[in-house]
Design a binder for this molecule. Structure first.
Ligand SMILES: Cc1cc2nc3c(=O)[nH]c(=O)nc-3n(C[C@H](O)[C@H](O)[C@H](O)COP(=O)(O)OP(=O)(O)OC[C@H]3O[C@@H](n4cnc5c(N)ncnc54)[C@H](O)[C@@H]3O)c2cc1C
Length: 622
């Protein structure tokens, strides 16, 4: 059996040095990668700002709308490369079964990350005597490498984190990376455990001493964490996942701290507590500032409760007010905490803010009308708009919290809501010639404010958009009611320079479609198993018929052929086109497929086809 003296001083010195320097080198590699991603993201942001300015200048010179130039040009090579990159990294996907979809960027990051850590774990593991892959070299080093990743894994799991700030990528998009890194670290710690078992039977001495008990507790807690974070558990029992995650992370980090303390590794552990606490402090401060009347501040007492309405069997609308200093951008999300509805008092559920943070709809006059025309617009902002802004949420009913909310909404009750947010990115569509918005069902929460924003920015001369296409797939004509008044007002407010096309596809039964023509107006509540159930009937078709009489607004029966629609739009556009999508996994997948090659391929771009940017919001499911 080898003893400590079998290792030369050179071996031990190298081993201890690698123990410290390799994790640092991994950090430099990750930091450099994040810096490069940040440069691309912020560079693209700055580029779109400049592109918009250049656009105005060239618009003033040519003054022609959507001047399509299908001419081959080698000057478009950089654009062709950018589009090639977008298709390969974000629209090519690896689909595992029906519910797992990874884009190539995620696949690349996963493979590169695992490779980086494994390389650092196993390089230079040959002793001076020539013994290859000696366990004494890699066993503790691999644990140290895993520990060094905990600060970033923790940061990526929080809503307010530096990685999001540096890269400009929102916290929810980084969530995949958070899970992937955590699983990789778990794998490394399993290898470390195997290494320790081998070395303890092989080597009677220890170069690095750490308590076995704390190591076992840490690994057990981590194992539990990995199990509850598997998608089937998260999907079926989100709250169990949430609380077990919280508890197991805490146990894991405390045990890991003491386990690594004697092995000089605890300095990689305690920053996790700091990042987590910082996120909580920011969230609590926001919560107090934006929900002040619930925290004993007198102004606005009682005015923050939400009004609930059951718009259909599976959709609840919430409307609530927040103070003027609460601002949000189209497409952003807020976490809603409703202690009187949820099972546990601190349950927070994310929903996209379906209203628009602007006075456009409540103050602006329809295009071409200077007088006091009839106001058909939804008062998206209430009459007290300057003081209290209305937030609107469209909530799909599932099996947990949202099911309980449905019961409240069926009785039209008001509820106390704490709003944590806003979070997430907002697509900057100011520099696109054509904007296509695709939504399925409640995904309209995302596309509606984006649509209104485009109209407002074109009105103010802050966007070069010439054509906006609003595609919405619904499961019954009654869904139109959710937003029809807003759509009418939006079309009326659209400036003449902007072509608006609204295409609504009703995949529900034809009878529901026909009921659009029925002029009845009752919404009853009946009781089924003691639970109030709505009888959904049409409120009246006055506004609907008005909506569909507007130019560019159409309702069709059946599923939208998104592939054909998008290809049609691409063929009608030159310059820059954006496609924003929010709906089921199926919708997101179809849109990604439609915008691959040859539509966004190099030959299309070199021949004058549009440069296409795709934004996908998936409500965490795609
Ligand atoms: C960024 C984002 C924006 C969203 N916007 C909307 C929206 O505008 N309208 C809408 O109807 N839905 C939206 N969702 C989805 C919505 O958050 C969930 O449907 C809701 O939380 C389900 O609650 P439940 O207890 O009834 O769900 P369950 O019946 O328990 O589960 C249904 C699904 O919701 C997921 N889920 C449950 N709780 C949460 C939670 N706290 N956080 C994240 N996912 C959860 C589950 O994993 C499962 O996949 C959004 C989700 C995300 C991530």
């Amino acid at each position: 059996m080898p003893s400590e003296s079998d290792f030369s001083e050179a071996d031990i010195a190298a081993l201890l040095q690698q123990f410290v320097t390799y994790p640092e080198q991994v950090w430099y590699a990750i930091a450099a990668f994040l810096f490069i991603v940040g440069c691309f993201q912020w560079g693209s942001f700055v580029h779109s700002k400049f592109a918009r300015r250049r656009h105005y200048e060239s618009d003033e010179e040519t003054a022609t709308a959507n001047d399509i130039q299908y001419k081959f040009s080698l000057r478009r090579i950089p654009l062709a490369i950018i589009n090639f990159y977008r298709v390969v990294t974000f629209r090519w996907t690896l689909e595992i079964g029906q519910s797992y979809t990874l884009n190539m960027a995620e696949v690349f990051v996963t493979v590169a990350y695992i490779a980086l850590l494994l390389i650092y774990a196993f390089i230079n593991t040959t002793t001076v005597e020539g013994q290859k892959l000696d366990v004494i070299f890699w066993s503790n080093r691999i644990a140290m490498l895993a520990s060094s990743q905990f600060p970033i894994v923790t940061a990526l799991g929080t809503k307010n984190n530096l990685v999001s700030f540096v890269t400009g990528i929102s916290y929810d998009r980084l969530n995949y990376i958070h899970r992937m890194m955590a699983r990789t670290c778990f794998m490394l710690l399993c290898v470390h455990t195997v290494g320790e078992i081998i070395s303890s039977s092989y080597y009677p001495f220890k170069l690095i001493k750490a308590s076995k008990g704390t190591g076992i507790i840490a690994l057990a807690a981590f194992f539990l964490l990995i199990i509850v974070s598997l998608r089937p558990v998260r999907t079926r029992a989100y709250e169990i996942f949430f609380y077990v995650h919280f508890l197991s992370v805490f146990i894991f980090l405390v045990a890991a701290y003491f386990h690594t303390k004697s092995a000089y590794g605890s300095y990689w552990i305690w920053p996790s507590f700091v990042f987590w606490a910082l996120d909580r402090v920011i969230r609590v401060v926001r919560l107090v500032v934006f929900n002040h009347s619930y925290f004993g501040f007198k102004s606005g007492t009682g005015t923050m409760d939400a009004a609930t309405e059951l718009l259909s069997e599976d959709l609840v609308r919430l409307r609530l007010h927040r103070p003027p200093h609460f601002h949000w951008f189209p497409g952003q999300t807020a976490y809603l905490i409703m202690p009187s509805v949820s099972t546990l008092p601190f349950e927070a559920h994310p929903f996209t803010i379906a209203s628009f943070d602007s006075s456009l709809l409540s103050t602006a006059k329809p295009e071409g009308q200077s007088g006091s025309g009839e106001n058909h617009g939804t008062q998206v902002l209430g009459s007290s708009a300057p003081f209290w802004k209305e937030l609107v949420f469209l909530v799909n009913v599932h099996g947990g919290f949202t099911k309980k909310l449905k019961e409240v909404a069926a009785k039209k009750e008001t509820v106390k809501v704490f709003v944590d947010g806003p979070y997430g990115p907002s697509p900057d569509l100011g520099s696109y010639d054509t904007c296509v918005l695709v939504a399925g069902g409640s995904g309209v929460s995302y596309t509606l404010p984006v649509f209104l924003n485009i109209i407002e920015r074109v009105r103010k001369g802050k966007s070069s958009c010439k054509r906006v296409v609003f595609i919405w797939s619904i499961r019954g004509a009654e869904c139109v009611e959710w937003i029809e008044e807003t759509l009418i007002k939006a079309v009326q407010l659209a400036p003449l320079s902007l072509t608006v096309s609204i295409r609504i596809f009703n995949s529900g039964s034809p009878s529901t479609s026909q009921s659009m023509e029925v002029n009845s107006s009752i919404s009853n509540i009946t009781e089924k198993n003691g639970i109030p159930e709505p009888v959904v009937t049409r409120r009246g078709s006055l506004t609907s018929s008005m909506l569909f009489s507007l130019r560019g607004v159409k309702m069709e029966s059946g599923r939208a052929d998104l592939d054909a629609l998008l290809k049609g739009e691409v063929s009608m556009t030159s310059g820059r086109m954006s496609v924003s999508v929010c709906g089921s996994q199926g919708i997101a997948r179809t849109v990604r497929h439609a915008l691959r090659f040859p539509v966004s391929g190099p030959s299309s771009i070199l021949n004058g086809g549009p440069s296409v940017t795709l934004y996908v919001e998936s409500f965490g499911y795609a």
